[in-house]
Design a protein around this ligand. Structure first.
Ligand code: CP
Length: 303
């Protein structure tokens, strides 16, 4: 794997091997990279979890993290994504982790760039590392995927997490259902009430209402959204035995989920954050190992 751009590009075999490697890292295994790699994290949109979790994972697999402050970079002078990444390549960077507001920004990096690109979120497009950590969280809980019912609730059309998870979960045999107001369904067929969804859901995955991507949200009422689509204390009490609550976070407390449920017994919201470090170690190792093998072939056969 040279890059990680979209869940569409990963086979079930590849994603299961990343999950199993994350499990080994969580048990304390060390990385198997033969040298230290230089990486840079280019976050053109805000992030707490993904940026710090990648940096932690990079350090744990022996990388040198080269600081890059997107808010003080030459991108502000109009430098293109291609020129920015090519510049970092010439400086000696091996891999970049990028978050940007443009969907599929990575298409302009597919030709002419040798640095590995890890997509840390492209607008409302994809968020593959979040999806992989979500899959890892589900796998830790249930040991497999086939036949599980996962209900994804909220701002579906603006959610890169929903799109990445829908692809991966369906490929793995999961029954994925969506619940949201009709105007947020995008290309998905969605339910508009909780009726019949709560009692058989193995996973209720809540999504943040992404006000920053809404053109007009003047009519949005937190109270009525919570009442209609939020996970209330009363709804949580009706959830199936052994089922879990997930949310990629950040959470709008008392909007998507009642504040007192964020750390309830069923909630895996903070576990997801912890799992993210192991998954990102596995992603980085897989990509950097691929570069190592490629370099060996090039030097042995001078190609
Ligand atoms: N879940 C997630 O992507 O969080 P951040 O925006 O804080 O990285």
């Amino acid at each position: 794997m040279k890059n990680l751009l979209s869940m569409e590009h990963l086979t079930n075999r590849e994603l299961i091997s990343i999950i199993l490697r994350a499990e080994e890292f969580e048990r304390g295994e060390q990385h198997n990279l033969c040298r230290s790699y230089n990486v840079a994290n280019l976050f053109f949109e805000p992030s707490t979890r993904t940026s710090t979790s990648f940096e932690m994972a990079e350090r744990k697999v022996g990388c040198t993290v080269i600081p890059f402050d997107a808010s003080f970079s030459s991108a502000l002078k109009g430098e293109s994504m291609y020129d920015t990444v090519k510049t970092l390549e010439m400086i000696g960077i091996d891999a970049v982790v990028i978050r940007a507001k443009e969907e599929a920004y990575y298409n302009e990096l597919l030709e002419g760039i040798n640095v590995s690109v890890i997509n840390a979120g492209d607008g409302a497009g994809q968020h593959p590392s979040q999806s992989l950590l979500d899959l890892y969280t589900i796998h830790k809980e249930f040991g497999q995927f086939d036949g599980l019912n996962v209900t994804i609730v909220g701002d579906i059309s603006h959610s890169r997490v929903a799109k990445s998870n829908a692809i991966a979960l369906r490929n793995l045999g999961v029954n994925v259902r969506f619940l949201c107001p009709q105007e947020w369904a995008g290309d998905f067929e969605a339910h508009h009430s909780w009726d019949g969804l709560l009692e058989d859901s193995d996973v209720v995955m809540l999504l943040r209402v992404q006000h920053e991507r809404h053109e007009n949200n003047k009519n949005f009422s937190k109270e009525s959204y919570h009442e209609q689509y939020g996970l209330t204390v009363e709804r949580e009490a009706r959830m199936k035995k052994g089922s879990i609550i997930m949310h990629p976070a950040p959470v709008n407390r008392d909007v998507e989920i009642a504040s007192e449920l964020v750390e309830c017994e069923r909630s895996r919201i903070f576990d997801q954050v912890r799992n993210g470090v192991f998954i990102r170690m596995a992603i980085l190792e897989s990509i950097l190992k691929g570069r190592e093998i490629n370099d060996e072939v090039h030097s042995k056969y001078s190609i």
